[in-house]
Design a protein. Sequence first.
Length: 408
Amino acid sequence: MLRVPSLTVAIWIGLSVAIVFNSGCDTTGDTASAIEKPGNTVPLASNDSTKTSFKIGYDSESSQPDSVKDLKPEKDLRKSVASVLDYHLRNRLLSGEVNAAWQIMHGVLAYGDRLPLSVGNVRKNTLEYLLGGGVVSGWELAPGDRITPVQRNGMTARLEPGSYIGQGHVDQWIAILAQLDQPLTRRVVARGKAFTIEDWVRQAQWDVPDNPVREYSWTIMAIARYFPKEASWVAKDGKTWTLEPLASFEAKQNLANSPCGGMHRLMGLAHAVQFYKNQNPNIPISGGWKEADDRVTDAIDRIRRFQNSDGTFSTNHTERPGTSPDLSVMISSTGHTIEFLSFALNENQLSEPWIVRGVDRLCQLLEIAKDEDLECGGLYHSLNGLKLYYEKRYQSKDWTDLPVTFSQ
């Protein structure tokens, strides 16, 4: 079995920092074991001619996260975020032979249909390849049940929590497609049979009573985004379900013991709150919806209070202040946090100094590590966070101006 080597680098950023790229997240919340899994880093593209210049300046040490002193001007920040996103798209290449579905789908989360995949030394469109029946380790789709309330045949993906190869969370794959706004009508091939994304999401609804790990974050994301006007559905136990009991359950969970400091749980809760408010714009929030809203609001307050003076976010997330000499840990914790904040906050809130400082610092960290092989989970959640930030704050998707060319 291929073992991904640990990587230790000393870099001067005001002090020497040891870097060991070993972060990841799954249902166990174990970040250290990710490096032991095959293909769990994403290297730079081997063709040097594809590389682009990438320079981001960074100022001296900050004093107060909320201070406007030395904040990067908006025009420069926009350019920095766009440069980071563009650089890592063009200069890193995942491989269908080396990387497994867990790593590849993290890349898909950040880049969607723009992400290339090397298959037999040919660059392919990753989503087209996977959804069209392509083969990579851990990508295991299968026909599901007959979903009687909607008269459809469902489909599903195998769950492999802790493997860092296959799907690590219930409904993780379909939630990634939902966050990319992939159409319900998009074709998906499972064991040679054609389905659609809608068949997949209907199966997720159907299976809610049988969740084997009692984790509903990704299920909430998928259902809330794909069926924003459906208040309820009938599941396989014959009962009528809504997202409210799932949100209530998630709101009661210990974030510190959850994967990636609870950031995925918070993303699910933020989706639930947005779902409710969109359906009920003039009705006060209550019940399980309010539990979710309160948990999200409290988490945002804690994240802000525990932010480090240099703009990074706490390695202990919502529990207490924290930092690390391990740059990969700082990238992962700050990136996951910015991903949640960029979804949960509105456009005006994203321009507040503490957020700007965090986004700027994440760009700096990714600049420092730009020439190193990086672990896929922390890298691509960070890039997805920057993408969400850019597209919401600047109301634009123009962070890259050159198309990615794929071979047929």
